[in-house]
Design a protein around this ligand. Structure first.
Ligand code: HEM
Ligand code: HEM
Length: 221
């Protein structure tokens, strides 16, 4: 008998918006950092921080596929998953797979570090991140060099992220990108759909995250 695959909602709108906004803003951070458009660089950095805080909170109160407890498996399971990357099998994954889940945590942690070193950085001329006075000149100089260094790591990890998606497409014939755009994936009808939370709740969480970032900038000396 032929298996019937039906479109199932996998990624909610907030996760997709978070992802594609992050892609746009990181691209802008790269250009603005290298070009020295630091005023816009910093503004865009605050937007990224609000998205990161939103993502962490959504990882606890959001839709099933956004939740850390839903997709974080043991690192051994993540490795086992990678060892099977060449095995052709139907894509029945609801959300991140065991290896992808760890990639999410690593990317979020790296981006937090990139933002906080940026907020403590200075350009030795006229621009200072909002936390640079708080940490003092020596730490600010150290944070600046870490900000430069970390961006290399961020680029490598993003490269690996895209390579993994291409590998899934070529080796396993799994299209991970379309669900990240449409939110839906074709799944065997018998599988239970993940629970989706309201986008209004997501908007409230993001609003509070943005207010927290604004308060941090306002409070910094
Ligand atoms: C600046 C570059 C990028 C960054 C920082 C980034 C970051 C992320 C993060 C944090 C996630 C986890 C989503 C979540 O659960 O919140 C993710 C997932 C994903 N990203 Fe990206 N991404 C980037 C570029 C791209 C590009 C260019 C593509 C498409 C070719 C892409 C396709 C995907 C897909 C398909 C997933 C879901 C993977 C899965 O099914 O488990 N990403 N990305
Ligand atoms: C994910 C977020 C961020 C990324 C990807 C990023 C990336 C970069 C890059 C690529 C540079 C240029 C480095 C070079 O010339 O080699 C830079 C410089 C800089 N960034 Fe960021 N940045 C981020 C967040 C921030 C934030 C939030 C702030 C402050 C609020 C900030 C403040 C600065 C400053 C002051 C410089 C100039 C440092 C110098 O002249 O040596 N960045 N950033």
């Amino acid at each position: 008998m032929r298996q019937i695959n039906l479109p199932m909602p996998i990624w909610d709108i907030p996760i997709r918006l978070f992802h594609w906004l992050l892609v746009l803003l990181i691209g802008f951070m790269w250009v603005s950092g290298k070009q020295g458009w630091l005023e816009y660089h910093m503004l865009s950095g605050y937007a990224i921080l609000s998205l990161l805080i939103f993502r962490v909170v959504w990882g606890f109160v959001g839709s099933d596929t956004a939740r850390f407890l839903f997709f974080l498996k043991s690192p051994i399971e993540g490795l086992r998953h990678l060892l099977h990357i060449t095995k052709r099998e139907p894509d029945t994954e609801i959300g991140h797979n065991a290896a992808g889940g760890w990639m999410v945590v690593v990317m979020l942690a790296l981006l937090f570090a990139q933002v906080f070193t940026g907020m403590s950085a200075n350009d030795d001329i006229s621009v200072e991140g909002p936390l640079s006075r708080l940490v003092g000149k020596d730490w600010s100089d150290w944070a600046t060099s870490q900000h430069h260094f970390l961006f290399n790591i961020v680029q490598i990890v993003i490269g690996l992220h895209i390579l993994a998606i291409v590998a899934y497409a070529i080796l396993k014939r799994h299209d991970l990108v379309r669900p990240m755009i449409t939110g839906k994936k074709r799944m065997p009808g018998a599988m239970q759909a993940p629970r989706m939370m309201s986008p209004i709740l997501a908007a409230i969480v993001w609003g509070v995250s943005a207010l927290l970032v604004a308060a941090l900038i306002w409070w910094a000396p």
